[in-house]
Ligand binder design. Structure first.
Ligand code: FAD
Length: 308
């Protein structure tokens, strides 16, 4: 998935370890093989090449993630948009990243051909249909969370009920750490200069996802472009939120909402968090080199309990 992963469990026998390694690898390969826009042979890439309004049959995992992505698109008023793929590429991110920023005309035409409501899913048939044949989907902001949830469930099934799973910064903690305490995870300081920790969270039985604008960006003509696109304008998100962290029961939901919060910015983002009862920590740029934190009421309540 173009990123790293880490799985932590209490010390175990070598035969259990090889089972565990095989299970983790199988889940990662399944998600990458089905949902990568970077692999021309993935099911998602085949759906994106299907330039037709005829139904396209999907495997249950891809259908489930597209359905979760469509639900997140609706819940966030389109700040998360599963059909953002052509705009991601046009702004120089994704597999076919352009090297120069797109013209206003191109952005307008890509916006006309996208929009999550044009993706129609039929759960009974297990198919997707495009109301606009040029529609293309991107699951990069949600499929890592799905992989984390799957790996966590697989570990549970193998009897590893205490674990910490992390894929590309999205993670899920179950049970206790090897010292019998809550797991401790660091939220990075949104800063390109190094990897400083802004805050340590003590967590148990919860997923945590963070999206940021500080590591994956491009610069052109003196301007800095985030890899997160605002689907309402077709341009890179430009809110003052430098990083958004969401805690939720599922990593897939936390992952999608974290991306939406970067798009929405502080006021609209916190309103969404209150509406959806999400535990959210936003790190907001506050003038030159200064940052401040803002949190939702659910975040404050869960943290004051010591562990969510
Ligand atoms: P997030 O905020 O979680 O996601 C941002 C990404 O989501 C953007 O890069 C864009 O693709 C998309 N996006 C942007 N705006 C929106 C929006 N408004 N709504 C919805 N989505 C949006 N990267 C590689 O370089 N090589 C690979 O081979 C590769 N393979 C991958 C395979 C899979 C299955 C997945 C899920 C990702 C893969 N990636 C690959 C992508 C890489 O992991 C991304 O950099 C990463 O997913 C972005 O995650 P993030 O946590 O930084 O940001």
């Amino acid at each position: 998935m173009g990123t790293s992963y880490r799985v932590t469990v209490p010390a175990t026998s070598s035969s259990d370890e090889s089972l565990l390694r095989a299970a983790v690898r199988a889940e990662l390969e399944l998600v990458d093989g089905l949902m990568s826009t970077y692999r021309p042979d993935s099911e998602l890439s085949r759906l994106n090449r299907h330039r037709s309004s005829e139904p396209f049959h999907l495997s249950p995992p891809t259908f489930a993630v597209l359905a979760a992505a469509r639900a997140a698109s609706a819940a966030t008023g389109g700040a998360f948009d599963v059909t953002v793929a052509p705009l991601v590429n046009a702004w120089g991110f994704g597999p076919a990243g352009a090297t120069v920023p797109p013209s206003e005309e191109l952005v307008a035409s890509l916006l006309r051909d996208s929009g999550w409501a044009k993706l129609l899913l039929d759960p009974a048939a297990g198919t997707a249909r495009k109301a606009e044949p040029r529609l293309q989907c991107d699951l990069s902001a949600i499929a890592k969370g799905y992989a984390v949830d799957r790996i966590s469930a697989a570990l549970e099934e193998l009897g590893f009920s205490d674990h910490l799973v992390e894929v590309g910064g999205e993670l899920r903690a179950r049970g206790s750490n090897p010292e019998g305490q809550s797991w401790r995870v660091g939220i990075e300081r949104p800063d390109t200069s190094g990897r400083l920790v802004q805050r340590i969270l003590r967590i148990r039985d919860v997923a945590v996802a963070t999206s940021g604008d500080y590591r994956n960006f491009r610069e052109a003509g003196g301007e800095r472009y985030s890899h997160v696109i605002d689907p309402r304008t077709g341009r890179p998100a430009s809110s003052l939120v430098a990083s958004a962290t969401v805690l939720d029961a599922s990593a897939i939901r936390a992952d999608a909402f974290a991306t939406a919060l970067l798009v929405l910015g502080e006021d609209e983002g916190l309103a969404l968090a209150e509406r959806e009862n999400l535990a959210v920590l936003l790190i907001v740029r506050n003038g030159e080199n200064a940052l401040r934190e803002t949190t939702s009421s659910r975040f404050r309540a869960t943290m004051s309990l010591g562990s969510p």
